[in-house]
Design a binder for this molecule. Structure first.
Ligand SMILES: Nc1ncnc2c1ncn2[C@@H]1O[C@H](COP(=O)(O)OP(=O)(O)OP(=O)(O)O)[C@@H](O)[C@H]1O
Ligand SMILES: [Mg+2]
Length: 268
């Protein structure tokens, strides 16, 4: 089982900032060393929906895994609040592109229950919590189904419910909608926006889609091609929007913003 680390008191109402100090990360492979990230200095404020945007191979997943504590950087440090990130923590939930982290022999309900069982939550409380999270992602009617009986979009909802069930301080999402068809992706984008608005948690969301970044992010960090560096950091206006995603897409400010970011990525 993953080791838990004490990272201090979680200030729920604020959400602690995550800071990346001078981080470089190099992989050693058979073909030689690969510098994935170089000289990253960035602060991710608590409670924001921060998007990491950049081309394939620029180190987005590597940076997310460092924030998760799944990897330790070759040099530099990462902190959350005053605490150094030295390993995974139940305060940082993870959602991946593939739903293979769900256990296929268990029901939806039992998958969502996993983290709660490990944390020793009493059964009654656990049942209530699972019901709330399944309702939040509109999966209540599928609680007893095996996850293999769900569509790809529903499996992603299940991953989100499982990650949120333990009430994490931070939700880390690595291209969670990357494998979905366009319509399903759009409905899940609307849902994740609503969930962020409802929960006020710190979200760090990886994508290589400029549109997705502008739709969802309250802030975007743009990364250069490998070795990944943060080349741009700005606030974005649409994360708090309530109107349907299709309306946001048609907004001239949205179109311009996408255009600017696309030019920036193309320019590097
Ligand atoms: N385990 C590993 N061993 C060796 N090299 C790796 C490993 N994981 C990633 N890399 C390399 O590090 C670089 C960054 O990879 P990473 O997966 O972080 O990029 P990414 O931005 O998430 O890409 P994508 O958008 O395709 O998911 C790539 O060049 C990749 O080949
Ligand atoms: Mg990746």
């Amino acid at each position: 089982m993953t080791q838990q680390h004490d990272e201090g008191t979680v200030e729920r109402h604020l959400g602690r900032a995550i800071a990346v100090h001078d981080v470089t990360h190099e992989y050693i492979s058979d073909a030689g060393p690969v510098v994935a990230l170089e000289g990253i200095n960035v602060e991710i404020p608590g409670g924001e929906f921060t998007v990491l945007l950049g081309p394939s191979g620029c180190g987005k997943s590597t940076l997310l895994e460092l924030i998760a504590g799944l990897r330790i950087p070759t040099s530099g440090i990462l902190t959350i609040g005053d605490a150094r990130i030295v390993g995974p923590s139940r305060h940082r939930g993870l959602v991946f592109q593939q739903s293979s982290s769900l256990l296929p022999w268990l029901s939806v309900e039992d998958n969502v229950a996993l983290g709660l069982r490990i944390n020793g939550m009493p059964k009654d409380e656990r049942k209530k919590r699972i019901a709330e999270e399944l309702e939040r992602v509109h999966l209540s009617d599928f609680a007893q189904h095996r996850v293999t009986e769900l569509s790809g979009g529903m499996q992603q909802r299940c991953q989100i419910a499982r990650a949120l069930a333990v009430d994490p301080e931070v939700l880390l999402l690595d291209e969670p909608f990357g494998a979905l068809d366009a319509l399903t992706r759009e409905s899940l984008q609307a849902e994740i926006r609503r969930i962020w608005q409802e929960t006020g948690r710190t979200f760090v969301f990886v994508t290589h889609s400029v549109e997705e970044a502008v739709l969802l992010g309250s802030r975007v960090l743009v990364m250069s091609p490998r070795p990944g560096r943060v080349i741009h950091d700005q606030e974005l206006p649409f994360a708090h929007a309530r109107e349907p995603i299709t309306e946001v897409r048609a907004d001239p400010t949205f179109v311009n913003q996408c255009h600017e970011l696309r030019a920036m990525i193309g320019a590097h």
